[in-house]
Design a protein around this ligand. Structure first.
Ligand code: GDP
Length: 478
């Protein structure tokens, strides 16, 4: 780029007249507003013993646009990325282990797998990537950070236990993210296994099996015995095909951090899921608010690799800090640019933390409705008993203030937990506690995530509050 004499003078903290004089001595006649070419700029900088470095304008959209600007002709099929969700003790971990044990790229000598937060298996020559952190906390905390990594959710339900509170939560999380669900009816080997009951119970949540005219795939299995695993994998491949998951392997990589930590010997270690493009050893990279160059890459088998195509999880070293799970990453072709983008993002993060995030809160609900920012108010209800939760939900759904409505995205019984807050944060929802309170973790997370929690004991008081908020009549007393 070029600079005017006066601009260069300012950068060097000199008077323009002084620069003009220097230029004259070098045989360049210039006025204050004259544009200087890079060579001349460098010449002057040399005189002052300053290194001229061309400033790269960092466009934030650079970072996000990497995702979607591919020519459809460049897209090829990519493996699906699967998360296993469900109630505690229903067999998520056992299923993840069982899949890995039976399927991890057969023939891989040694076959020693390394925990890097995700792994890949092969079924009918198709790869499937499993996120190795069971549970929806990981899933939703990533989503609350703007990252959508899961293509398919496996909902594990124990055949002898049926739908439980966290089953319900998992369904809400997956449905809120619009991720297709495959139901794995687990523990079929157990006495008292009753898959029909599971199917009946799940119909309430719009998960209707094909035999009842629905579209949800149910697979019966025993994670412990390794039975039904192949059926499940086949179904995953089937759903992946329907979803037409694609990426462009011939471009700079972008994706999401699965996990990251500081290792004593290796420094910052991060597992990245490549979602588009191909990541190479040596690539300059920005990861969240950190940056560096990919020094080494290790795959889920603990092998060093040089390239990581779409949907591949790899553990990398070489970053100048530890990013967070859910952070996005982008590779660059130019190290200087990566550094500048990284520094700009660091700076922006500091500024953002100072300013406030625009989360929905009852206090400014009216403003947001008026500005047309929201048409639906997402609400999560936690109550002491199921009956109250349902009564409250159906009452709230009747509210209609000038076209703005209430959408109940989750109801549950018991204290408000961190998981409720994370879901609220990810879905921009207000949490209502009816005769229940948030626990310690929930309180802390609500503060850091800026989630509005309202506690009540009388249904009509809740109605009154929500309606007033929607009409902008809420007393500013909080
Ligand atoms: P998670 O909390 O969902 O990760 O559940 P785990 O995988 O830790 O499993 C909880 C318990 O259920 C463990 O004792 C498992 O051995 C047992 N389990 C898991 N899958 C099966 C199964 O298919 N059959 C039987 N009988 N037990 C199972």
């Amino acid at each position: 780029g070029s600079l005017q004499v006066s601009e260069l003078a300012e950068k060097l903290s000199r008077e323009s007249s002084e620069i003009i004089k220097k230029l004259m001595f070098s045989g360049v006649m210039a006025t204050k507003n004259q544009d200087l070419d890079p060579d001349t700029i460098e010449l002057i900088c040399d005189e002052y013993g300053v290194k001229a470095e061309e400033e790269i304008v960092v466009d934030e959209t650079d970072f996000e646009n990497y995702i979607s600007d591919d020519d459809p002709a460049d897209l090829v099929e990519r493996p699906s990325v699967v998360t296993i969700m469900g109630h505690v003790d229903h067999g998520k971990t056992t299923l993840l282990d069982s899949i890995r044990k039976t399927k991890v790229t057969a023939g891989e000598a040694g076959g020693i797998t390394q925990h890097i937060g995700a792994y890949q298996v092969e079924e009918n020559d198709k790869k499937i990537t499993f996120l190795d952190t069971p549970g929806h906390a990981a899933f939703t905390s990533m989503r609350s950070r703007g990252a959508q990594v899961t293509d398919i959710a496996i909902l594990v339900v124990a055949a002898d236990d049926g739908v439980m509170p966290q089953t319900k939560e998992a369904i809400n999380h997956a449905q809120a993210a619009e991720v297709p669900i495959i139901v794995a009816v687990n523990k079929m080997d157990k006495e008292g296994a009753n898959p029909d009951r599971v199917k009946q119970e799940l119909m309430e949540y719009n998960l209707v099996p094909e035999e009842y005219g629905g579209e949800t795939i149910f697979v019966e299995l025993s994670a412990v015995k390794g039975e039904g695993i192949d059926d499940l994998l086949e179904m995953i491949v089937l759903v992946s095909e329907v979803e037409e998951l694609k990426a462009n392997p011939n471009r700079l990589a972008m994706g999401t951090v699965i996990e990251a930590e500081l290792d004593k010997g290796r420094g910052s270690v991060a597992t990245l899921l490549v979602q588009n493009g191909t990541l190479n050893v040596g690539d300059p990279i920005v990861v969240g608010n950190t940056f560096g160059r990919v020094r080494a890459m290790v795959n889920d088998l603990g092998r060093r690799v040089k390239v990581a195509p779409p949907s591949t999880p790899v553990e990398i070293t070489g970053l100048n800090g530890v990013p967070q799970a859910g952070d996005r990453f982008v590779a660059f072709d130019d190290e200087k640019k990566a550094r500048q983008v990284g520094e700009a993002r660091q700076q922006r993060m500091i500024e953002e933390n100072r300013g406030e995030k625009a989360k929905v809160s009852l206090d400014d609900l009216f403003e947001q409705i008026k500005q047309g920012d929201i048409k639906e108010i997402n609400i999560i209800i936690k109550a002491d008993v199921q009956g109250s939760a349902e009564a409250l939900a159906s009452s709230l759904q009747q509210i209609d203030v000038e076209g703005a409505k209430v959408k109940i995205i989750h109801t549950g019984v018991g204290a408000i937990t961190e998981s409720d807050i994370i879901l609220a944060s990810a879905s921009n929802a207000v949490v209502i506690g009816f005769n229940v309170r948030p626990d310690v973790n929930a309180k802390r997370t609500a503060e850091s995530e800026d989630v509005d929690i309202r506690l009540h004991r009388i249904i009509y008081k809740v109605m009154e509050e929500i309606e007033s908020a929607m009409k902008g009549l809420l007393d500013p007393e909080f």
